[in-house]
Ligand binder design. Structure first.
Ligand SMILES: Cc1ncc(C[n+]2csc(CCOP(=O)(O)OP(=O)(O)O)c2C)c(N)n1
Ligand SMILES: [Mg+2]
Length: 773
């Protein structure tokens, strides 16, 4: 039985729609024209993009949304979300007045920076849409694992601009979502047929629904408003409908901008006597209102459509709209960043009956009955009003023992550690969710998956196992599984990690997500990785294998710049272990950081190169390793030189140290476990001096202070040398940086290390050159 919308509610929703249109436009206007401008920069904001979807958002928030539903709002309609909360009393006028100012409401909805509850940050178009599909998968995961009650589940909703449908990540996600049989997901397209630059191509009109339908989605097209539908039944209505269907996007937009007389002239020209009954019935304003009465602006059409889609089938609503609806630049192709001038905003205010000086009053100029009805509807709204208290630590992190083995690779050790965790059980292991874009086996997640299985809403039989075909890898799935297998689309990996890494905030159930990817292909999903970090999603990412250390696989798979990417990425901590005991320590730390309010995500750069493990005298190295580096061979006080290495080329560094130690007394050997952390500490200390913070030396300063003032450093990393060459700037030491600056190629490790100058000879030569200088 569908819940029918009461007539009174429709009127109140229309009132709310108008107020959202006004308040979002006014908030933007205020920031640009009323608030003093101190730097002459345009403040900006998108009045047209907001007006395009105020009806959609009024119907959604004040009619359709339930308390567990989560929404990703079209970035440039952010002000509408804030004004919704303003009407609810959960956003302040001060925050609206500070739109785009420091500490004020953000330009685009931000989970971490906005005062109101924001379910998903948006801004980079396309990503906010796709993340909702992954979030619905995570919700099903949490329900299947008993981490939340089914009745606490909700719908994951994306409000998107039509130009977002050009983003490839939408289609990658659509395919993945179909494979995982997602449900409870709505994508509502603000189909105004305008992007940033112009009107969008007509050719795609009929294609979107085909694409979505073939992926199992229900597609609901809301093309005409109720007034248009009624007009289609009038004399001349059939011709009008045909004309609307056949008119190009650009034409429709231009006529909208030109208004009533232009519509009249054009319809008369194109349809002649057939349309005259409809034209004769209406003055210019009424005609313009009819022609812009599209489905996405019609509260009745919207509420009916939302009510009719209450099952769990993923649904795309294509809501036809006018960009800038009800504003003076409605339909103009240049209106994306257009702002009303003071005269235009005053005219809009007057047309809505809002007295001058009462611009911020939510219900200014309305009669008591109207205000009462609107307030009653606002009071009944069921969407979440408060930010969810962040759900943090869920599992004590036990000490993680490194796997045994005199010779090991970090990638193999990673797989072993996860296997040991999976076998030993306990709360930590139960909260781990692994995921990988078709490189599960080749990144050593396989043993974990053998233990814990694939996650599927429906049972998935292992056909090979059933047929008794020998295989090291089990491939069965079901509701208890803890691995989410993705197709090859690294962008999806990061959106998956974003959604898994927000499970605490979204569903009250913190997960410990572990994703693996070939290190060079991090670049494939960089914006999604940034997006995940921007929202403070927490996860552990293993980039493996990495560097030219991959050897025979060659240049297309050998990564160079991820250490620099990690250094430049807030919210992500890079560790690059050389030894299995370092890796175990970093995994332990990562599981802690994922759960800590002050924590962050962790990126481990690993390799398949098996190297002899070092003997440890004591645990003294651990504290330094966690902070980014420790002396594997202590320098003598005031030593003239040191080698600083990162990761899998530790054996070359050690051998070079042996070769040089005799000639360079007191030579130090610095194990850099995180260029990222060392650099952060260093720059934080320098910044701290000006912020009045205690000027305690940073870790890297403490390490390098052991060397003489004129000492030289040879730095080496299987990656971009700039990740370490900056070490010379810390104390003013001379540096000879070794690393990879050209694309890699196939070869054995000795050959590649020789050609790319990472071998012992190169290190010795670099050191000698420092002294010759
Ligand atoms: C990845 C990315 N590229 C470019 C932009 C700049 N940009 C912001 S909005 C927009 C076009 C939006 O058009 P549409 O999605 O149709 O929204 P509308 O304003 O028409 O509702 C563009 C290109 C962006 N935000 N993100
Ligand atoms: Mg658009």
């Amino acid at each position: 039985m569908l819940k029918r919308v009461e007539g009174a509610d429709i009127e109140a929703l229309k009132l709310i729609e108008e107020r959202l249109r006004w308040l979002s436009a006014w908030t933007i206007h205020h920031a640009n024209h009323v608030r003093p401008n101190v730097d002459g920069l345009k403040v900006g904001g998108h009045q047209a993009s907001c007006a395009s979807m105020t009806a959609i958002m009024a119907a959604l928030y004040f009619h359709a949304l339930g308390p567990n539903d989560k929404v990703a709002v079209k970035p440039h309609a952010g002000p509408v979300l804030h004004t919704i909360h303003y009407l609810m009393g959960t956003q302040t006028r001060e925050q609206l007045e500070a739109f785009r100012a420091l500490g004020g409401m953000q330009s685009y909805p931000s989970r971490t920076k906005d005062a109101i509850p924001v379910d998903f940050s948006t801004g980079s178009v396309g990503l906010g849409v796709a993340v909702t599909a992954f979030a619905s998968l995570v919700q099903d995961y949490c329900i299947a694992h008993g981490l939340m009650r089914p009745e606490d589940g909700g719908r994951m909703v994306a409000l998107l601009g039509d130009a977002e449908l050009d983003e490839g990540n939408i289609y990658e996600c659509l395919i993945e979502a179909a494979k995982h049989d997602i449900r409870n997901c709505w994508w509502i397209v603000d189909y105004n047929r305008q992007s940033l630059d112009a009107t969008t191509a007509d050719r795609m009109f009929s294609r979107f629904d085909e694409i979505f339908k073939s992926c199992g989605w229900r597609v609901v097209t809301l093309k005409y408003g109720k007034a248009q539908e009624a007009a289609f039944h009038e004399k001349g209505g059939a011709a009008l409908r045909r004309w609307i269907d056949e008119t190009s996007n650009a034409d429709y937009a231009a006529l909208t901008y030109l208004g009533g007389p232009a519509w009249r002239a054009r319809l008369e020209r194109d349809l002649g006597a057939k349309i005259r009954p409809i034209l004769d019935e209406r003055d210019d304003d009424a005609l313009a209102a009819l022609m812009t009465n599209l489905g996405g602006h019609c509260i009745e059409t919207l509420t009916e459509a939302f009510d009719a889609a209450r099952d769990d089938v993923p649904t795309m609503f294509i809501a036809y709209t006018i960009k800038g609806f009800g504003l003076p630049f409605a339909g103009h192709k240049d209106n994306h960043a257009g702002l009303m001038n003071p005269g235009q905003i005053a005219a809009l205010r007057e047309s809505m009956g809002i007295p001058e000086g009462e611009e911020w009053a939510p219900w200014a100029g309305l009669g008591d009955n109207s205000v009462g009805a609107a307030r009653a509807l606002v009071a009944r709204a069921r969407f979440a009003r408060e930010k969810r208290a962040r759900a943090w630590a869920v599992a004590e992190v036990p000490p993680i023992a490194p796997p045994d083995g005199a010779v090991q690779s970090t990638q193999a050790a990673f797989g072993r550690i996860l296997l040991d965790l999976a076998r030993s059980g306990g709360p930590l292991a139960d909260r781990i969710v692994t995921t990988s874009p078709d490189v599960t086996v080749s990144t050593n997640l396989g043993p974990f998956v053998n233990q814990r299985g694939l996650f599927r809403r429906q049972e998935l039989a292992d056909v090979f196992a059933a047929a008794k075909i020998p295989s090291a890898q089990k491939w069965a799935g079901g509701r208890a599984g803890q691995h989410i297998e993705l197709g090859i689309a690294e962008n999806n990996l990061f959106l998956m990690l974003a959604a898994l890494g927000l499970a605490g905030d979204l569903f009250g159930a913190r997960l410990l997500p572990v994703g693996t990817v070939y290190d060079p292909f991090i670049a494939r999903g960089l914006d999604a990785l940034n997006y995940a970090c921007y929202q403070d999603a927490r996860f552990l990412l293993a980039g493996t294998p990495s560097g030219v250390t991959l050897g025979p696989e060659g240049g297309a798979h050998q990564s160079i710049n991820p250490p620099l990417i990690a250094m430049g990425q807030p919210g992500l901590r890079h560790y690059e272990p050389a030894y299995a005991d370092e890796l175990a320590l970093f995994m332990e730390e990562a599981f802690r950081l994922i759960q800590s309010p002050e924590g962050e995500s962790v990126y481990l750069r690993l390799t398949t190169r098996s190297i002899p493990q070092v003997a440890r005298g004591d645990d003294g190295w651990r504290a330094g390793a966690l902070k980014g580096g420790y002396w594997l061979r202590e320098p003598a006080p005031g030593a003239e030189a040191a080698l600083a290495y990162c990761g899998a080329i530790a054996p070359e560094a050690l051998a070079a140290w042996e070769a040089l130690a005799e000639d360079v007394p007191g030579l130090g050997l610095l194990a850099v476990t995180s260029p990222d952390l060392l650099h952060r500490g260093w720059s934080a200390r320098r910044a701290g001096r000006w912020a009045g913070a205690a000027a305690r030396p940073s870790h890297v300063e403490t390490l390098l202070a052991r060397l003489g003032a004129k000492a030289g450093l040879v730095t080496l990393i299987d990656g971009a040398p700039a990740a370490l060459s900056w070490l010379g700037g810390v104390m003013g030491h001379k540096v000879s940086p070794l690393g990879i600056e050209r694309f890699g190629q196939t070869g054995s490790l000795p050959d590649l290390y020789r050609v790319y100058r990472l071998d012992v000879d190169a290190i010795v030569e670099a050191a000698a050159e420092l002294f010759l200088d």
